[in-house]
Write a protein that binds this ligand. Sequence first.
Ligand SMILES: C[S@@+](CC[C@H](N)C(=O)[O-])C[C@H]1O[C@@H](n2cnc3c(N)ncnc32)[C@H](O)[C@@H]1O
Length: 226
Amino acid sequence: MTLSPSSTPAADHPGGIVDRFHWDWYQRAEPGAELLGDLTDRAVVELGAGSARQAAYLAHSHWPARVVAVDRDPAQHARGRDRFGNISRLDLVHDDAATYLNRHPSAFDVAYCVFGALDFTDPHTLLPAIAGGLRPGGLLAFSTLAHYRNGRPPETEPRPAKISTRRPDGSPVTMLRWVLDTPVWHKLCDQHGFDIDHTDAIHDPGSTHEPPIATSVFRAVRRGTA
Ligand SMILES: C[S@@+](CC[C@H](N)C(=O)[O-])C[C@H]1O[C@@H](n2cnc3c(N)ncnc32)[C@H](O)[C@@H]1O
């Protein structure tokens, strides 16, 4: 899918809740929450939720049983609490995603990441934890960079790159980021008990101030019977 440059970013609802869900880097393209299916009465977990803007939107607008927004960064978690601490059906959790899921076996119907924990955690650690946290038949959906932000192609093996970035307080930090080619994600998901049923690439041409960025989006079903 290629985005037309005329697309506009989502407007905010009163209270700071966005009025749409996006998977892409610039948060302005299709598809949206429909990729997650009907969330009514579902237990949903976001892994690497940041300030929980997407989780707040789902809890507010899609009638889940609850959405648990997990983030390991204390500043991001605090920002989420400040902005969305009073939204019903939303739980904000400060924890590592794999650690949290390992403590909550078969607790969720749906798990998702938007450039979240799967980008920054060894998939051989996180994917088994996600499989364990989901009920059989549960859904995993995630979006991730289809290539490095400087345009370099993704890895053809499941290896991370060292990325220089900044903490929320502005201080520099080096992190590991997994930027993987589509067949690598397919193989990893299969190895860890998931059947991929949807793969998409959202190509945003960028603008004068924004480099072109492509986002990979995957949806997978956890194998096994209830
Ligand atoms: C690029 S931000 C994306 C945040 C949010 N999904 C969004 O789109 O605004 C990535 C987030 O993932 C979190 N994260 C990375 N690895 C994680 C892990 N293993 N467990 C929990 N959070 C993690 C980081 O702390 C960060 O807040």
